[in-house]
Design a protein around this ligand. Structure first.
Ligand code: AMP
Length: 303
């Protein structure tokens, strides 16, 4: 039995249904999306747990019900009586989605405020997955505590997997973001950036430059996603490669493309596949996810 924990923020998602006055309610968030696809992709020999903080209110209860119903473990989700979950609202206008967020005071911002709880959550786990969004929403001292806990987990032989998921709007300024992202990469075994973001915020001229930069910061292996373009990997300084991915004819909604790629890749690698086959699996899963509407596509797997 293996165990993987995904750490971050899950939010309530309100979207217009098209019927006047009617909204539908769901749950999503980058690290939760990956946990969802890991759960769908891995067999019962893997336990997938989500680590966050929620409130004690009815809306928080509904989120936990949702996670439990999906088979995602909730034992390490802290409940804070004075907080509730973040929310976002999707407006659809002529096929384009725009987002309004209420998350500045969400419970998830306190997910690392009890470092001992994080250490407990990581105990007996093989893989810890987190992202730049997880880091962005925390106060500085909690960022340090989380990095320290994950660094110790890696020191004990745990695998730390990090998606930089650069979101400058969640940070005070781009320079602060860049500094913390590199500190996070330094304790990660595997870093999974998207070239589009990296070229914008780090000025990389091509994906191999992104891979080499994260490797130089301390990430052992790097896989650089690039939308519909080829995926670049760096396994060791001497082993790099570029793999083209199948084109998707009808892209419906690219929400969670990177999150699902990460899950497809990890699930394949944890089942013993080579890095090349695992990248192909990640791309197959992401292709299914972007071919349907919404972040969480039921029954989408790499097979
Ligand atoms: P991104 O984070 O946008 O670089 O995309 C993550 C992954 O989603 C990529 O590595 C692809 O596997 C898949 N993907 C995203 N956009 C496309 C696209 N237009 N066509 C095919 N695959 C895509």
């Amino acid at each position: 039995m293996g165990r993987i924990v995904s750490i971050g923020e899950c939010m309530g998602e309100l979207s217009e249904t098209g019927a006047p006055g009617a909204l539908s309610m769901g749950f999503a968030g980058d690290t939760l999306n990956t946990a969802f696809y890991l759960r769908q992709s891995l067999g019962p020999e893997w336990q997938v747990d989500y680590v966050t903080a929620v409130g004690t209110d009815g809306l928080s209860d509904r989120m936990l019900d949702f996670l439990n119903a999906e088979g995602i473990g909730t034992a390490h989700i802290r409940r804070l009586a004075d907080k509730t979950i973040g929310l976002y609202y999707i407006t659809l206008k002529e096929g384009e989605r725009s987002f309004t967020y209420w998350r500045n005071d969400s419970a998830a911002r306190r997910l690392a405020s009890d470092p001992a709880a994080i250490v407990r959550a990581l105990e007996n786990s093989d893989v810890a997955y987190w992202s730049g969004i997880t880091l962005a929403i925390l106060p500085n001292q909690d960022r340090l505590a989380l990095i320290e806990a994950l660094g110790q987990f890696a020191g004990r032989g745990g695998t730390v997997v990090f998606d930089p998921n650069l979101r400058p709007r969640l940070w005070d300024n781009p320079e602060t973001m860049r500094g913390w992202i590199h500190r996070a990469a330094a304790i990660s075994d595997l870093c999974l950036p998207s070239f589009d973001d990296e070229s914008t915020w780090f000025g990389d001229s091509d994906p191999i430059e992104t891979a080499k930069r994260y490797h130089a910061e301390g990430a052992r292996r790097v896989i650089v996603k690039n939308g519909g373009g080829a995926v670049t990997f760096l396994e060791t300084t001497d082993k790099t490669g570029v793999l083209s991915i199948p084109s998707v004819e009808h892209v419906v909604d690219t929400t969670a493309a990177g999150d699902s790629f990460n899950a497809g890749f990890l699930a394949a690698e944890l089942s013993g596949k080579s890095i090349e086959d695992a990248i192909a699996a990640g791309a197959r899963l992401a292709a299914k996810v972007i071919g349907a509407r919404g972040a969480l596509v039921k029954d989408a797997t790499a097979s």
